[in-house]
Design a protein around this ligand. Structure first.
Ligand code: G16
Length: 544
């Protein structure tokens, strides 16, 4: 088998976003596009020769072709071994688990997460480092810098491998092992949660659950863990077969895109508990009967109830949340006397805190929750955490939230997304806000007075690295807050995200409708940012 060196030219658009490089499938299919980026990853690493790489993806269209290319490139570049998921499939949290368990050098995960798939959909690639987590900014910047000067890549000339059965192959000097990632992932879950009690709950006639895998990667994991291991009735997992186009759906677990599940949980004879996960299995949505738990509240509830779960019974070192995530968890941390860290959006920013033992649980408003068990957010983990709490407390999801709000007050929270707006006016809007931010301080909007207004900047407490321009914050004297950010994961135009939050300590007002409670802030956000005028949109495309 020959190693070929292929001449190439840089693509100018290979800058990784919030989570790796995401583009339309058609872009990745351009000659050399994927190869350039993979070679740029390898060229930015040092000391991987002879070491182990973990490889898998969420099964979306182009996953299979990309995996064959990457295997041949790993062989040509001198990796010693690749652990690849059966059929090329591995969820993001399972990949993190496999990297850590095998002390691999790193991993490549193929996913565009919650973005739609299929020939007209999106594809993505991200590199994870030895701790199992997403590459930190200094690594992604080095990959981008390399991609801008690359002139050649190396690939082995060899036939494609059959990855559909477990087995071992040799590709030149590279050992390839096709593995079942469900097994190690399930073992890890069993080490954290009380499987006996969850099993009793799931097999009880009094309790009903529905899990929607949205034809994405968690299907095999959810079937194996919830139905086969924990005894939930067959049929508990819906849409459990991973499909290349996610059955034509949008594999994003929120109230808009997981509408089938929402209809079941809000319908007649609704089950007690509903959950969904996304394309690559790292996001989760939690529902009770006719009840939606915001991801920010979910993080707060998990933190407040962690002592009920075996893996966290010994206490939490601290917690962390991304800046736009609500401050609900801050209140739990303050009461418990543990530290609460505020990071920019992007799971990669939690890595150092987790490695340094500063935080045990982390979460984001974007339907991501996780802990120090891996270095990615983890959808099924969050679902099992909730099941463990439900099994111990014997209360409904809604009762748990109501009593949580009684104890801590309620942070009303919502995110308004303006998807696929024109990039230029969206950038202008942010630039204008950036310029005007210092003048907003002290300004009065109705009953709200601006206490601070800035562009969030983060200094990592472990390595001192600084990340600037992470979102425009406008905070009011009553603790309410509006945050403006442009998404770093979209592939078409720009997506403006407006995050709205207000705090209510009065229990008699906890059951208001969220959008009604936030109505004054929604109006102020438009007044400050001129959203309708700048985007030409009368209302957001997605409200969560
Ligand atoms: C990724 C990141 C998350 C981030 C989310 C949204 O999630 O890992 O940390 O919160 O994107 O980012 P943005 O607001 O920039 O679109 P995922 O699940 O897409 O990998």
């Amino acid at each position: 088998m020959n190693i070929r060196t292929i001449s190439t030219k840089p693509f100018t658009d290979q800058k990784p976003g919030t989570s790796g490089l995401r583009k339309a499938v058609t872009v990745f299919q351009e000659p050399h596009y994927l190869e350039n980026f993979v070679q740029s990853i390898f060229d930015s690493l040092e000391g991987y020769e002879g070491k182990t790489l973990v490889l898998g993806g969420d099964g979306r269209y182009y996953n299979r072709q990309a995996i064959q290319i990457i295997l041949k490139m790993a062989a040509a570049n001198g990796f010693g071994r690749v652990l690849v998921g059966r059929g090329g499939i591995m969820s993001t949290p399972a990949a993190s688990c496999v990297i850590r368990k095998n002390q691999a050098f790193g991993g490549i995960i193929l996913s565009a997460s919650h973005n739609p798939g299929g020939p007209e959909g999106d594809f993505g690639i991200k590199y994870n480092v030895t701790n199992g987590g997403p590459a930190p900014e200094k690594v992604t910047e080095a990959i981008y810098a390399r991609s801008q000067v690359i002139d050649a890549y190396k690939i082995l000339e060899a036939p494609d491998l059959d990855l559909d059965d477990l087995g071992k192959f040799q590709l030149g000097s590279l050992a390839v092992e096709v593995i079942d990632s469900v097994e190690p992932y399930m073992q890890l879950m069993e080490s954290l949660f009380d499987f006996d009690r969850i099993g009793e709950l799931l097999s009880s006639a009094k309790f009903g659950m529905c899990m929607d895998s949205l034809h994405a990667v968690t299907g095999p994991y959810a079937h194996a863990i919830l139905e086969q291991r924990l005894g939930a009735p067959a049929g508990t997992v819906l849409n459990g077969l991973p499909l290349e186009d996610f059955g034509g759906g949008h594999p994003d677990p929120n109230l808009v895109y997981a509408h089938d599940l929402v209809e079941i949980l809000y319908g007649e004879k609704a089950p007690d508990f509903g959950a969904a996960s996304d394309g690559d299995g790292d996001r989760n949505m939690i529902l009770g009967r006719k009840f939606f738990v915001t991801p920010s509240d979910s993080l707060a509830v998990l933190t407040a109830n962690a002592h009920l779960v075996p893996g966290y019974r010994q206490g939490l070192a601290g917690v962390a949340r991304s800046m736009p995530t609500s401050g609900a968890v801050d209140r739990v941390a303050a009461k418990a006397g543990i530290d609460c860290y505020e990071t920019p959006t992007g799971w990669k920013f939690f890595g150092n805190l987790l490695d340094a033992g500063k935080a045990t649980l982390c979460g984001e408003e974007s339907f991501g929750t996780g802990s120090n068990h891996v270095r990615e957010k983890d959808g099924l983990w969050a679902i099992l955490f909730w099941l463990n709490i439900l099994a111990v407390r014997g209360e409904s999801v809604e009762q748990i939230l109501q009593s949580h709000w009684q104890s801590y007050g309620r942070n009303f929270y919502s995110r308004h997304d303006y998807e696929e707006v024109d990039a230029a006016p969206a950038k202008e809007l942010m630039e204008r806000l950036r310029k005007e931010a210092p003048d907003l301080k002290g300004k009065q909007f109705g009953n709200y007075q601006v206490e601070y207004s800035d562009d969030f900047s983060y200094t990592d407490p472990i390595d001192g690295s600084v990340s600037q321009k992470q979102g425009l914050r406008v905070g009011f004297s009553d603790g309410s807050r509006i945050v403006f950010r442009l998404s770093g994961t979209g592939t078409k135009g720009a997506t403006l995200r407006v995050y709205l939050e207000s705090y209510e300590s009065d229990a008699s007002k906890h059951n208001q409708d969220t959008q009604a409670a936030l109505a004054p802030l929604i109006a102020i956000a438009d007044e400050i940012a001129q959203i309708r005028t700048s985007t030409g949109r009368e209302k957001p495309t997605v409200i969560t």
